[in-house]
Design a protein around this ligand. Structure first.
Ligand SMILES: NC(=O)c1ccc[n+]([C@@H]2O[C@H](COP(=O)([O-])OP(=O)(O)OC[C@H]3O[C@@H](n4cnc5c(N)ncnc54)[C@H](O)[C@@H]3O)[C@@H](O)[C@H]2O)c1
Length: 422
């Protein structure tokens, strides 16, 4: 396999802590030759790690993509609302593209990108890393082998840990859908994608309910100040205390996000001045903390999906019901149980915990992207944009259903978007 070159657009959480480490660990496969990132500290860090000269370091994607093509591939890891234009520009310039999910926070832009994926003879992959996990790849293999006969129905839960909910969807980047994306798109486009993949047919109808119930001003404990560091009387009992989440000796990964300098002083300053020190009941958040979605597919498979931000762990639990058996799966435990109706036997499949983020999905997706680019687009991947567009539209349709209180017919929805595009 030939070695490929890449540029990185956006060196935030994903750029710096996911794509960059993979590239550093696989110098024989891929080399990073340029970076675009407005925050100097992050840009310099990438330059230092990958030996990138100042002439190949840019403070915005516009500057980088104004240059003649600098590499085989562009990895685009900017925020959701900054995916569409850089992706179109990169494809036009002849880059193969790996784009972070969601493709865009506008359904029409997703449709256009799906069309572009067919028009350009380039690899255009979406970072739906969950498809690449051992857990979901094994489920898909069992379904394809007919281990439970014909699939009839899917139950799929996305459990969002209470701390992850507070960090990302109450205090952090994805708290407000007016600025970024609704929760069902931002957090659960992975799940729409997995359900579509497992169902194995187009989605025909969708309905959804949900709301933001807990993280609101009226639920603030009496006497709670706007920031956790300002002498909150219930701080010690509060599960969402910023002090506990970000200032402990060995904090969760969320602490890494609030400041590049991980000293207690720097983290305390970030909590005093930045968004992550705010009381969870006094944020400018509006995304739901729980949502359910019902789906019907063209092959009569039905699916019921639940996302809830009040869970003990992050992870997915699934149940797939077929004519000959049932598969139950617990993502966090990396374990599957296959029950066969005829023999009444139960097989427990314990899967290996793989290296890399998202249950090894991040690592495998990158490895596959490199392989696809090295083949110059001759090989096909699991998460091409032309496939991902449908699951993104399912997420938008679910949100429309939740807001408008009606069932959405997918064909009519897509046709109406096409008419709007003109
Ligand atoms: N695949 C997954 O499982 C997964 C997980 C987390 C996040 N994401 C997605 O990854 C994307 C990035 O998330 P993140 O957590 O890294 O966000 P982030 O805010 O940490 O990173 C985005 C970076 O883009 C930079 N940026 C802003 N304007 C720019 C410009 N003009 N040119 C170049 N860079 C610019 C920002 O300075 C920032 O460093 C989001 O779309 C998010 O949904 C995907």
């Amino acid at each position: 396999m030939r070695k490929i070159t890449a540029v990185l657009i956006g060196a935030g959480g994903r750029g710096l802590h996911n794509f960059s480490p993979y590239i550093l660990q696989h110098p024989h496969e891929i080399q990073l030759v340029a970076v675009a990132e407005p925050v100097e500290e992050r840009r310099k860090k990438i330059q230092e790690l990958h030996g990138i000269d100042d002439s190949m370091a840019f403070s915005s994607w516009e500057e980088l993509l104004d240059k003649p093509r600098l590499a085989d591939a562009a990895i685009i890891a900017t925020m959701d609302y900054m995916h569409f234009v850089p992706t179109c520009r990169a494809l036009e310039k002849g880059y193969h593209v790996l784009l972070e999910k969601p493709m865009s926070n506008d359904p029409k832009e997703c449709l256009i990108m799906g069309d572009m994926a067919k028009k350009y003879d380039r690899v255009f992959s979406i970072c739906h890393n969950m498809r690449y996990t051992n857990f979901f790849m094994t489920i898909k293999k069992l379904l394809d082998e007919g281990r439970i006969g014909r699939l009839i129905s899917i139950q799929h839960n996305e459990n969002v840990g209470w701390w992850h909910m507070a960090h990302s969807f109450v205090r952090g980047n994805w708290r407000n859908s007016d600025e970024t994306s609704p929760m069902i798109l931002q957090k659960s486009c992975h799940d729409m994608d997995l359900i579509l993949w497992m169902a194995g047919a187009d989605c025909t109808k969708i309905s959804s309910f949900g709301s933001l119930t807990h993280f609101k001003r009226e639920n603030a404990p009496e006497g709670a100040p706007e920031r956790c560091l300002d002498g909150c009387p219930v701080e010690e009992q509060c599960p969402y205390s910023a002090i506990r989440l970000y200032l402990s000796e060995k904090p969760l990964w969320v602490a890494r996000v609030i400041s590049m300098d991980q000293s207690i002083e720097a983290r305390t300053k970030a909590l005093r001045e930045g968004p992550y020190g705010r009381c969870v009941y006094y944020c400018d958040n509006n995304v739901v903390d729980h949502q359910v979605v019902n789906m019907e597919f063209a092959n009569e498979v039905t699916a019921a999906f639940t996302m809830c931000g009040h869970c003990s762990v992050n992870g997915r639990t699934v149940k797939l019901m077929g004519t000959k058996g049932e598969i139950r799966g617990h993502g966090e435990m990396n374990e599957l149980e296959v029950f066969d109706f005829a023999s009444q036997t139960r097989e427990i499949i314990k899967l290996n915990n793989e290296a890399g983020g998202h249950g090894g999905g991040d690592y495998r997706l990158m490895r596959d992207f490199v392989r696809l680019v090295a083949s110059d687009g001759k090989l096909k991947g699991l998460t091409e944009a032309s496939i991902s567009v449908q699951s993104h539209l399912m997420a938008f349709a679910a949100e429309k259903s939740r807001v408008e209180g009606r069932t959405i017919d997918m064909k009519e929805y897509v046709e109406s978007l096409r008419r709007e595009i003109g």
